[in-house]
Design a protein around this ligand. Structure first.
Ligand code: ATP
Length: 327
């Protein structure tokens, strides 16, 4: 029998579709195991400000399909200080919370790891970020939905681009990781994909676009991850415009719409599996682990390892394939 009687669950860092489905899974699995479950509003900020609410099985009804997070999320500077974490821990203790499930990205895990080590409170992390950049899980919550949202936008842009013989530069999220850009670009048939992990010379890009125009392409779409070294879609468009005059050039920045929306079936199932596994890991006495999906199996990885190896490993074969399939 686990000695854990009351667990806290929270979402932190950037919101991601699927977080609500995960909260539901954590609450119901916890209750199934005879625990009380407390929702902590606004992540670490809520821990410091005692924003605790008791959750029961019905309090998470009708949220599996919702984007965002019903527990809200926040970025909390105070928690980065030892004093802030002590305040948070004292509030958890006063509330009788024995263990935590942290849903977020590498920053969230860094905070959770510190809290757990400093105050000996068990923590299990669930990878929740659209960036898909956490070691120990092939996919993070929200990535699949975000990529499909981008794809829907690319398809719509393609309609107008082809009707007017236009060249579109579409900027997508990914400051350090080109995962969303690469996968949505491949799926959307983009003529070129600019990634933070690779340098793209503007002259090479222009040459590729000119080849396309001369071979009768009626439109071109270039996907640019926001972290691309050329400085984002507006900069790239400006530099291309100076030398390229085949098509009318337009820029679309997709921005925060990529974070929202109802989670895909993949993200919902993943959220259920990871939330369920997180509570089971606590019951089994695990601590400072991240639950993740590897192959089709749920596996545990040391949080420290997940943080230290945090970054998306670009699939070079996909990059090469994307260039060939867009000739
Ligand atoms: P995303 O990948 O979507 O940005 P994230 O979890 O990495 O999610 P961050 O803003 O980096 O988002 O981290 C969330 C919160 O975790 C921070 O606001 C802060 O409260 C806490 N945190 C991050 N880094 C640390 C740290 N080094 N020490 C203590 N707490 C931290």
């Amino acid at each position: 029998m686990s000695s854990i009687k009351k667990i806290g669950v929270f979402t932190s860092g950037g919101d991601a579709p699927g977080m609500n489905a995960c909260i539901r899974a954590v609450v119901r699995t916890g209750i199934f195991h005879g625990m009380e479950v407390v929702g902590i509003h606004q992540g670490y900020q809520g821990m410091i400000e005692k924003k605790f609410i008791n959750m029961d099985a019905r309090s998470v009804r009708n949220i599996i399909q919702l984007g965002g997070t019903v527990l809200k999320t926040a970025r909390c500077a105070e928690f980065r200080t030892p004093e802030g974490r002590a305040k948070a821990y004292n509030n958890l203790k006063e509330e009788g919370i024995d263990a935590l499930v942290a849903i977020g990205g590498d920053g969230t895990f860094t905070g959770a790891e510190l809290l757990s080590r400093e105050f000996d409170i068990p923590v299990i992390g669930v990878p929740g970020t659209i960036d898909n950049d956490l070691y120990g899980s092939d996919f993070t919550l929200g990535y699949d939905t975000a990529t499909n949202t981008v794809l829907e936008a690319i398809d719509k842009i393609r309609d107008t681009a082809a009707s007017h013989d236009r060249l579109f530069f579409v900027e997508v999220m990914g400051r350090d990781s080109g995962c969303i850009a690469l996968h949505s670009g491949v799926a959307g048939g983009a003529e070129a994909i600019l990634l933070p992990e690779k340098e793209t010379a503007i002259d090479d890009l222009i040459m590729k676009l000119e080849e396309g125009a001369l071979s009768n392409k009626s439109s071109s779409i270039v996907i640019i991850a926001e972290g691309d070294k050329n400085g984002g879609a507006y900069n790239v468009a400006k530099r291309v415009k100076e030398k390229f005059n085949f098509y009318d050039i337009k820029v679309t920045i997709l921005g925060h719409l990529q974070r929202g929306g109802t989670p895909s079936s993949f993200d919902r199932v993943l959220a259920c599996r990871l939330g369920y596994a997180a509570v089971k890991a606590l019951v089994a006495g695990e601590n400072r682990k991240m639950v993740g999906l590897r192959g089709n199996e749920i596996q545990l990885t040391n949080i420290e390892e997940a943080i230290n190896n945090h970054s998306y490993k670009l699939e070079d074969d996909l990059v090469e394939m994307a260039a060939i399939l867009s000739i």
